[in-house]
Design a protein around this ligand. Sequence first.
Ligand code: ADP
Ligand code: MG
Length: 699
Amino acid sequence: MVKKAAKKAVSAVEAIYGANVFSLKIMKGYLSKKAYDSLSKTINDGGALNPDIADEVAKAMKDWAVSKGATHFCHWFQPLTGSTAEKHDSFISPDGKDGVVMEFSAKELIQGEPDASSFPSGGLRATFEARGYTAWDPTSPAFIKEGEDGTTLCIPTVFCGYHGEALDKKTPLLRSIAALAKQVERTGKLFGVKPSCAAYATLGPEQEYFLIDKAFYQQRLDLIQTGRTLFGCKPARHQQMEDHYFGSIKPRIMAFMEDLDQALWKIGMPSKTRHNEVAPAQFEIAPIFERLNLAVDHNLICMELMRQIADQHGLVCLLHEKPFAGVNGSGKHNNWSIVGTDGKNWLHPGNNPHENAKFLFVLCAVIKAVDEYADLLRAAVASPGNDHRLGANEAPPAIISVFLGDQLSDIIDQIEKGEPKSAKTGGQIKIGVDVLPILPRDATDRNRTSPFAFTGNKFEFRAVGSNMSPAGANIVLNTIVAEALDQMCSQLEADAKAKKPFNASLQALLQTIVKKHKRVIFNGDNYTEEWHAEAEKRGLPNLKTTPEALKSLATEKAAKVFEKHAVLSRKELASRYEIYMHNYTSVLTYEAACARRIAATQILPAAIEYQGLLATTVKTAAEVGAKAGVAQETLLEVSGLIDALSKGIKAIDATLEGDDGLEMKAAMEQTREAADALEMIVPADLWPLPSYAQMLFLY
Ligand code: ADP
Ligand code: MG
């Protein structure tokens, strides 16, 4: 009786969690001990799959997948288009007796050869060697994707060219994680850490998104084609009441969120938080952080599931960074940290002098990295969509600065002065000798305007766009922190050789770093004019648009740091610059073309119809000798706006021939201004597009 009661109840969540992942837990039941041990070592420490066990792993994976109803497998990869790609093959193989057997070989598991000539390669592949190869990344487990009638085994893979050139985002991400781990391991040695595991980075991405009713979406060519509204005047009420943020969740949205959580839990993504965001119809989902590589894969799968599940609920999930002008846009807060060789978070201020010293060392490495490579971080979040958001006083500005909070800044000040006396804390801080005062988490997370904030035990890079793969930002982050640690370790190693006492050389090193890089620290309001002026004085870059920001990828400085840490070769980096620039112009061009189409074929006809109605009214009134002053006035106003709209359309036409992004943007704005003004006066029943108020409030 007692025994029975004590037996732990398994909740519905525990029962489904990870049910669709070929995880270590599930593998154990399918693999021999030898194969299991070898594979789990590969998964935990990275590295290549042991070929001796490949056949066994493939068979186990297939048996498991088939037991889950899978008929197909696919290599799932992340080309430079920004989304994910997959090519499906069924498991069937003729059995020679008019039937089939389900088969899956080690070769099929390990390497795929999609005909990938249509993916962007930025000149990395000549057409004669257009093939791309996919190769399994064992550090990210295979998972099952459920369809309406059957399921597919998805194998996360890297995507490379014939000579191993990275054609995707996963390859450089894995390389950057390895580069960072290498320097973290060196750091550990210097600080006398007894290694118990390989170092790695962690990520917890907070994902913002909008949900609107599908019926409205279907009537908006701009949303269908570009993911954002190109027209629409701000509704009377939008977010000024601030009543949506953390408000109670409407049942229809809740149903979506519940289905999403179930789907995410099944594939082993630890979805944790869900809530309403600042703008109406805007929401957020956040998982518990995981190993960086896996967290990126999970975020990409999450975005895909959000779109699919919204559709099942008659909703559309908008992941664009700025779907509605004048209303808050969506970002992806990139919570990042480092787990060291002792399995502990090294951005957690420790509780003994030794751990504090290591914490300050890593903290200073991040500060140095962000200051020296702010331009690369900015480039990593540059996209046409994010251009609408960064600097719009709802998201961090394009100026990259670091927020530390008062207490930590005070400690940094003490380090700079080299006189370890802290006014705010009252204590004495001598690196490696004293403990830091406890930094309450609350005190560190108040400033939501900072692009790069220390939030107690991690850094939160807030400039990432909602629609982006988190890979880009983290490739840069890992690489530049690896570089900073590399330089700092070299200094300490040289000092050790010269028999300098460790704590003294550490104190001197950190003092030099703080002196040189404290300009990047800013705890104030990042939205103010004063900060923008101050940042300019401090010499911090302010790269406002995507083309400006992307230029930093084409510099010798960028090539050197990526090459040194074997993250991207010069050719690979150049290809990315080319692809992202091309992407920018393509997006601008199709947005302009779409705006032109809507303006000419939907808005202009509606306005002309109203103009006709007004003209008839004025004419009829005159005929019967009545006064129609207001109709006359409105007619003039509408006619003026019609002219302005038509001019805007012609301006777009003129820019579509060239490829000057700024001109295109200006022409679109000119057109929009006239269209939005017309929306304010044309009768609602004549207006061809669902309004902002309908889309944002009716769901
Ligand atoms: P908020 O930033 O809204 O206050 P939290 O700080 O609790 O919320 O968490 C935000 C995200 O940061 C979550 O996804 C969480 O898992 C993640 N996070 C927390 N600790 C770490 C860490 N050490 N490394 C990476 N991400 C982390
Ligand atoms: Mg946060």
